[in-house]
Design a protein. Structure first.
Length: 440
């Protein structure tokens, strides 16, 4: 199945994607660039870049938002960590929770600086890498509950196959790249709420690119890396569904089921935030008079985001209590709501201690209910599909507004608008380096 998957993906040509996949690819690139630019200013990047500059090699590829170049393998670490550090990046929720774009595009942008790459070629590689990461996750459905952070583990495979596709590898060598990427697969959920979570994405991007470059030179790996007796879906999951790797392959493109985040926190929190904001908009609530905030959620919410007293901004991104509190107080859950200062704000602390989260297995991962009690009155809202999911996507205007808000403070309004326009015509762009140059 690994060989069939890679043979078929290797044969996809520019112009061979359905229009919906091309469209969603452009949306993904725009969102990725905005998140990378916003994250490029995070102090965590200063620490990472100090080390990468100390130990790195020749300046070969562009660090987004930093006017800096690092080696081909170091740049994806920096760019993917920057893109993922705010937890504002896109998320696929179709059978696997994966920030597919973060490592995939970081690897591809580095490859694009080795020589001329057209936007059409870039989009095909992006879509192919997306298939590899998501479908491997679907083939290993117990992977997440084993404690793995999928953006680190599956992200390595997505980045490896995407980079291999952009390098023009044939089916056999693309399978080798997939195997080399899979054997580097790593990332632990225990590190959620720390600097390591976004580091997982960076390492996945670099590992994937290294896999593709090795495969290009004839370095090999198992041709049954996913379905073999000791293959990925056997050892990384308590349940193996290897046929998922090729189910409807070429007719169902997973990139068309991608989701984009309106909120800068764990994606399972988004229906809760939507519900609390909905209640807030329906009733004129005085936060000081709130007696209780009861939220009913999918069990993943309490298991992934159950941090009751977050001490840092990073921890608050995985706290259902903090997210419900800032959604009620601010009517928002963007970058300013998840800082160290906001996590320690007395008003936020007081409000989040009124939040009770109840897990309900009948709810989907994109559903939630909020009931807010104020002086005996109970105000309720139920969310069927969270904003930004495939079933309730962000509009073009909303996604563009998010990009401009992220990009403009870093590269200015004029350059941000030029980036937006280039991405809009990415399938017609002759050289992706033109786009990269605007984001330096």
């Amino acid at each position: 199945m690994t060989r069939e998957f890679c043979a078929r993906m290797a044969s996809v040509k520019p112009g061979g994607l359905p229009s919906e996949a091309v469209h969603e690819g452009k949306r993904g690139v725009l969102d990725w660039l905005g998140c990378a630019l916003a994250g490029s200013r995070d102090p965590i990047l200063d620490r990472l870049l100090a080390v990468l500059q100390e130990v790195g090699g020749r300046p070969q590829a562009t660090v987004i938002g930093r006017a800096l170049k690092l080696g081909f393998l170091d740049t994806p670490i920096a760019n993917s960590q920057a893109e993922h550090v705010l937890d504002y990046d896109d998320t696929h929720m179709g059978g696997t929770l994966l920030h597919t774009s973060s490592p995939t595009l970081a690897a591809l942008f580095s490859v694009a600086e080795r020589g001329q790459v057209s936007g059409a070629e870039f989009l095909v590689a992006y879509a192919v890498g997306f298939e590899a990461g998501v479908r491997t996750g679907q083939a290993a459905p117990g992977h997440h509950k084993g404690g793995w952070h999928l953006t680190g583990t599956l992200g390595s495979i997505a980045a490896g196959v995407a980079a291999g596709k952009l390098l023009g590898l044939d089916g056999k060598r693309l399978a080798h790249a997939m195997a080399i990427a899979a054997t580097q697969s790593a990332g632990m959920q225990q590190n959620r709420g720390t600097m390591c979570k976004s580091f997982h994405a960076g390492k996945a991007a670099s590992s994937g690119l290294l896999a593709a470059l090795l495969a290009e030179r004839g370095f090999d790996g198992s041709l049954e890396i996913i379905e073999g007796k000791r293959g990925y879906c056997r050892i990384y999951s308590d349940e193996a569904v290897p046929a998922a790797l090729i189910d409807e392959l070429g007719t169902r493109w997973e990139i068309t089921r991608n989701g984009h985040k309106p909120y800068a926190c764990g994606v399972v929190l988004h229906p809760v935030i939507d519900a609390v904001i909905a209640v807030r908009s329906q009733a004129n609530i005085d936060c000081a008079r709130v007696e209780a905030i009861d939220v009913r959620v999918n069990p993943l919410v309490t298991s992934i985001t159950g941090v009751a007293e977050p001490a840092t901004g990073l921890q608050s991104k995985f706290s259902v209590y903090h997210s419900a509190a800032v959604a009620l107080i601010d009517g928002a859950a963007r970058i300013p709501q998840y800082t160290d200062e906001r996590a320690s704000d007395p008003a936020v602390i007081m409000t989040r201690r009124k939040v009770k989260a109840t897990a309900d297995e009948s709810l989907g991962i994109d559903q939630a209910e909020a009931v807010i009690a104020v002086e005996g009155a109970r105000h309720r809202a139920f969310i069927e599909h969270a904003t930004g999911t495939a079933a309730n996507p962000m509009s073009e205007a909303e996604l563009e507004a998010k990009f401009m808000a992220n990009a403009e403070p870093v590269i200015g309004r004029d350059r941000a608008q030029r980036v937006r326009d280039l991405v809009g015509g990415l399938d017609r762009l002759a050289d992706v380096r033109e786009l990269i140059g605007l984001c330096a």
